[in-house]
Design a protein around this ligand. Sequence first.
Ligand SMILES: Cc1cc2nc3c(=O)[nH]c(=O)nc-3n(C[C@H](O)[C@H](O)[C@H](O)COP(=O)(O)OP(=O)(O)OC[C@H]3O[C@@H](n4cnc5c(N)ncnc54)[C@H](O)[C@@H]3O)c2cc1C
Length: 186
Amino acid sequence: MKNDLPSKIKRGKPTFIRIKANKKKMKYNNDNVRRQDRLLEEDRAYALLCEGEYGVLSMTTPTGGAYGIPLNFVWDGQENIYIHCAPRGRKLDCIALYPEVSFCVIGNTHVVPEQFSTNYSSIVLTCRARTGLSPEERMHALRLLMEKYTPEHLAAGEKYAEKSFHRTEIIRLQTEEFSGKCKRMR
Ligand SMILES: Cc1cc2nc3c(=O)[nH]c(=O)nc-3n(C[C@H](O)[C@H](O)[C@H](O)COP(=O)(O)OP(=O)(O)OC[C@H]3O[C@@H](n4cnc5c(N)ncnc54)[C@H](O)[C@@H]3O)c2cc1C
């Protein structure tokens, strides 16, 4: 991983980018969902992609096992999800060998005891993970993450990101397609 901030980022005033959704870049595909009566409307699926607080990244381990962990994330409005993390760790070992991953975001869960059921909405994305991105893309991802999670602290966040840039890895999840389900009991 490169340590240096790109010069234009060092010199430039922080420019934060509002996420504009480009649905054409993503393939919302529910063909394989068995319960076709439980499909999540496309707009709600995109809302969950935009606003979901965290998702679970499921990976294959180097020994062929399974490994899933919760992670904060941001969607870039195109076909990519970004995750920030430490430059070492098990998830990076996994995706280095097996970049094909699944990412699941859950929203609006509510147990309905009298119905023996749970209301929910969720999306599952099929993705290809990549690290070793350019410094520009890594900084772009950090700014998107700050816009999503700390919009009221952007200036301080910019300084924080610059300071910790050398010890921050960014994972890009390029999304091939995603599906969405929901359950609403009355
Ligand atoms: C809501 C939420 C959001 C998070 N967001 C981020 C984020 O944006 N970036 C980030 O890097 N991390 C985030 N984390 C922490 C994340 O889940 C991992 O713990 C972390 O990324 C380290 O993963 P690793 O594979 O590098 O683990 P390592 O440090 O290499 O450790 C590997 C071992 O630690 C255990 N382990 C790892 N993570 C967890 C866990 N969450 N719970 C229980 N055991 C665990 C497992 O047994 C695993 O085999 C978040 C956690 C939560 C709950």
